[in-house]
Design a protein around this ligand. Structure first.
Ligand SMILES: *[C@@H]1O[C@H](CO)[C@@H](O)[C@H](O)[C@H]1NC(C)=O
Ligand SMILES: *[C@@H]1O[C@H](CO)[C@@H](O)[C@H](O)[C@H]1NC(C)=O
Ligand SMILES: *[C@@H]1O[C@H](CO)[C@@H](O)[C@H](O)[C@H]1NC(C)=O
Ligand SMILES: *[C@@H]1O[C@H](CO)[C@@H](O)[C@H](O)[C@H]1NC(C)=O
Ligand SMILES: *[C@@H]1O[C@H](CO)[C@@H](O)[C@H](O)[C@H]1NC(C)=O
Ligand SMILES: *[C@@H]1O[C@H](CO)[C@@H](O)[C@H](O)[C@H]1NC(C)=O
Ligand SMILES: *[C@@H]1O[C@H](CO)[C@@H](O)[C@H](O)[C@H]1NC(C)=O
Ligand SMILES: *[C@@H]1O[C@H](CO)[C@@H](O)[C@H](O)[C@H]1NC(C)=O
Ligand SMILES: *[C@@H]1O[C@H](CO)[C@@H](O)[C@H](O)[C@H]1NC(C)=O
Length: 770
């Protein structure tokens, strides 16, 4: 049985079901794919299906990590594969097409290489909608595109080609054997003179990670008679030969080249291009295109509609009653929800290395980003896709995957063999792989013997970047907590081992450590994590290092004992035992003042994922109102509906999911059956569980669209008074109703000892009573 078939059926079914509601509610209109298209958001602004592999858009020569950007740079072509919101090198963008006329109809007058052909576009011509993208180039050509799962459909409208003296120009479309960052190693192209079909393949380097990958395409043209075809190399082209092989010379020299087809201009000026893509073969690329887009000349409208319907179906579990909240708020919200389902790409049937029968998703670039709120988000709106992704984590390994699996476990995701899953998690926690940069964990001997990851560890079992001892210690502690959760559920005796290892973060807490600002001013807080040597003596890393108040740290740039964030921020990463952390930091009051200082001083980096939970940690100190205040401080000042409305890379939708959770009034603590409650940013939000069909409702009483009344005064769950400041996942699966009465001031709702979310070491109540 083909899994692809099952999925397609499933989508069609949902579309039929939701079509009745479409007439009254069209949330698609609020989605703006251009949010985050400049200022480093790096979002993919083009046409895609939910989790679609094919992602056509105009590529620019400026901030092009996601292909297109509204940064004012020029268009270099139209390519069919992209990622969304990644950082680092631009991703994919293979085999771009470029439409043009050759001046005087002379082939060599056309501009073939990337820098020569780059052309400005009319700023107000850009139309970006779910499943559709259009743009007008200064060369007079308007390009429109829509998409199926593994193929893209373009319509290039060429302006009138009459030269005024009886001769006419020929529309030409070139194809470049390149990608966004010219990583091509070698590539081949073949052009069929009769049909104009161009097929080819290439070997490229991934923008992140090791090795190389091969990709294949198959381009067909329709709507115009083929006039000429051939190849080009650098700035010269010829009708013969009809094939080309390019490789990198011994000195790495990068030769630009590809193919072209020119046409007799049709009356309407439109040349249609259909491009199938594959990671298996050119034959499969052609099959994908033929199957998905059988009639390129007439399918554009129906493909676009199918894409919109697929998106409507994906958004349909959520319903918002705005209550007067502004369009920008709605646009931020729905666009964030949309972006959580652009990636990972559904690569089922397209991975040559994937030996498992399990479904395959790719571009998990950002699991470190995504486990915190994006995967939990998919768990409520698309549990089917989320269990398929969780299954894949079993086969692929990796340490943040432990949290994703524990989250799936506590939320009863179906279709996962938990004995098998647990075995994989234990393997991750017990056996160090040779290359732990790619999978699993490093430093396991020390982890088991010393109960922390030492600064400058002596680790001969495996290889990885031997930095980040502090952040790895707190993350491994939480990963072990994740194992403990599943172990406990399955009745495994290992439970005690892992729950005990989950306390290892404390071993790096240096209680007399102070923290000074760069000008020498004491922040006034004492007690921070610090690196520790193998022999148990302390090392040193300035607690503000790697924050915005000091300098950036990543794996390659300024590698440090914390990854991409400061000791200040990592100290707050004890998601399973906030009660112990609060006690260690001097109790709720002193914890709150530290958390306030963190957010107010510039130490908090709202543009990077480790910060997410800190926005809501006031809940654990009995001050849920302060979490609400923080969320409103960051939305909309850092997350808004403008093209620059993201504070950092979207990271495949991680930022989008953070914003969506905040605005829905719940925030997950991933790996736990816990959602922290604040008032939604809308009058009401309903979420219908796609499997149980139960509808969960969060409704504000006294909703205030100017957001002065954002503090919960009292709450009712299913009609009964409710004082806990959190709910479990049953809220969604059983479709409960939470009614929140709001006021302008902090109240005592959710502040009692018995109202706080759970912690491993027991409630804060017991601890602070001691
Ligand atoms: C875009 O192209 C135009 C015309 O070739 C050129 O003047 C301009 O500098 C380019 N813009 C950028 C950002 O490169
Ligand atoms: C027609 O006009 C084009 C462009 O101005 C010119 O290059 C070409 O030589 C002319 N052709 C004839 C036949 O006059
Ligand atoms: C293409 O490049 C890859 C990676 O550099 C290499 O493994 C492969 O053998 C090359 N193929 C050809 C046909 O040169
Ligand atoms: C790429 O295409 C060329 C030409 O058709 C073919 O010889 C080569 O084997 C293909 N390479 C791969 C990796 O499929
Ligand atoms: C040091 O920097 C902090 C934060 O910018 C500032 O509030 C404080 O006044 C500065 N202190 C001195 C002595 O300059
Ligand atoms: C512990 O190890 C560190 C780093 O190797 C070294 O600088 C320090 O002198 C050692 N201390 C003791 C007491 O052995
Ligand atoms: C929107 O968000 C961006 C990115 O965080 C920020 O720079 C900008 O100031 C925000 N705009 C508004 C109007 O708050
Ligand atoms: C949810 O609704 C769909 C469509 O009405 C139905 O096919 C499915 O069986 C329902 N699921 C449950 C658990 O009721
Ligand atoms: C998961 O299933 C168990 C056993 O049926 C049930 O007790 C629990 O409430 C379920 N959890 C959720 C979040 O639905």
């Amino acid at each position: 049985m083909s899994l692809l078939h099952t999925i397609t059926t499933c989508i069609t079914l949902v579309v039929l079901l939701s079509s009745q509601t479409v007439a009254t509610k069209d949330d698609l209109k609020h989605v703006n794919p251009l949010i985050g298209s400049t200022n480093g958001g790096n979002v993919f602004a083009g046409a895609s299906l939910p989790y679609g592999l094919a992602k056509p858009v105009a590529d620019v020569d400026g901030q092009n990590t996601g292909g297109f950007s509204t940064d004012g740079s020029n268009v270099t072509g139209f390519s069919h594969l992209h990622d969304s919101g990644t950082g680092g090198n631009p991703s994919l963008g293979n085999f771009p097409l470029f439409p043009q006329y050759c001046p005087d109809d002379v082939l060599d007058n056309c501009k073939f290489p990337k820098s020569a052909r780059a052309v400005p576009y009319a700023k107000d011509s850009v139309v970006a909608r779910p499943g559709y993208f259009a743009i007008s180039l200064y060369n007079g050509i308007r390009a429109e595109m829509t998409v199926a799962r593994r193929s893209a459909l373009y319509r290039f409208k060429f302006p009138s080609a009459d030269t005024g003296n009886g001769s006419a120009l020929h529309p030409l479309i070139s194809l470049d054997l390149t990608d966004l960052w010219d990583s091509r190693q070698n590539a081949s192209i073949t052009i069929d003179a009769h049909s104009g079909r161009i097929r080819g393949n290439g070997t490229f380097l991934p923008s992140f990670g090791a090795g190389s990958y091969q990709t294949y395409f198959c381009a067909d043209f329709a709507g115009a008679r083929v006039h000429d075809s051939g190849i080009w190399v650098n700035d010269r082209a010829g009708s013969e030969p009809k094939q080309l092989f390019l490789t990198r010379g011994f000195n790495g020299f990068y030769l630009q080249g590809g193919g072209f087809v020119s046409f007799d201009r049709p009356h309407d000026g439109v040349v249609t291009a259909r491009v199938g893509v594959s990671f298996i073969s050119t034959d499969q690329a052609c099959n994908n295109a033929e199957k998905e887009i059988p009639d390129p000349l007439h399918d554009f409208g129906s493909l676009r509609k199918d894409a919109e319907d697929a998106w409507r179906a994906k958004l349909s579990p959520i319903k918002v009653t705005a209550g007067g909240a502004g369009d920008d708020m709605l646009s931020s919200f729905w666009s964030g929800v949309y972006r959580t389902m652009l990636s990972p790409q559904d690569m089922t049937g397209e991975n040559p290395l994937w030996k498992s029968d399990e479904p395959y998703f790719d571009s998990f670039y950002c699991l470190w980003d995504a486990f915190r709120s994006q995967h939990p988000f998919l768990t409520i709106v698309d549990p089917h896709a989320q269990s398929r992704m969780s299954l894949q984590r079993l086969d692929a390994g990796g340490s943040n995957a432990d949290v994703v699996l524990a989250d799936a476990y506590v939320k009863n995701l179906t279709g996962i063999n938990w004995e098998l899953a647990y075995k994989a998690m234990v393997n991750d926690a017990e056996n160090e792989p040779l290359e732990w940069s790619y999978e699993g964990r490093g430093g396991l001997q020390s982890w088991k013997r010393l109960h922390y990851i030492p600064y400058l560890d002596f680790d001969y079992l495996g290889f990885g970047t031997n930095s980040r001892s502090v952040s790895r210690t707190v993350e491994y502690a939480y990963n072990d907590y994740s194992l403990a959760v599943v172990a406990k559920g399955l009745g495994k005796t290992d439970y005690t081992t892992y729950i005990s290892r989950s306390g290892n973060w404390k071993n790096l807490f240096k209680k007399d450590q102070k923290s000074l600002l760069e000008n020498g001013t004491d922040t006034g807080f004492t007690g921070f994590l610090q690196p520790k040597h193998l022999n148990g003596t302390w090392g040193y890393q300035d607690p503000i290092a790697c924050s915005a108040l000091a300098s950036w740290c990543s794996l390659t740039s300024n590698p440090s004992e914390t990854f991409e964030s400061s000791i200040w921020e990592y100290l707050f990463f004890v998601p399973h035992d906030m009660a112990s952390l609060i006690k260690l930091l001097g109790g709720p009051e002193s914890f709150v003042s530290r958390l306030d200082y963190f957010h107010d001083s510039g130490l908090a980096d709202i543009g990077n994922e480790p910060v997410f939970l800190t926005v809501f940690e006031y809940h654990y100190a009995g001050r849920p109102a302060l979490s609400a205040r923080r969320a409103h401080k960051y939305i909309p000042s850092s997350f808004n509906a403008s093209h620059s409305g993201l504070p950092g890379n979207d990271d495949s939708g991680a930022m989008g999911s953070f914003m969506a959770w905040c605005m829905m009034g719940l925030f997950p603590n991933p790996g736990q059956n816990v959602y922290l409650i604040i008032a939604p940013f809308f009058e009401a939000v309903e979420i219908t569980h796609p499997e149980t069909n139960q509808t969960a409702t969060i409704r504000n009483v006294n909703f205030d669209k100017s957001y002065r009344k954002v503090y919960i005064q009292s709450a009712k769950l299913n009609g009964n008074p409710y004082t806990k400041n959190w709910v479990g996942h049953e809220f969604f699966t059983r479709g409960m109703t939470l009614e929140l009465t709001l006021g302008e001031h902090e109240s005592d709702w959710g502040t009692g000892k018995e109202d706080l979310p759970p912690s491993v070491s027991g409630s804060l109540a017991k601890e602070s009573d001691v």
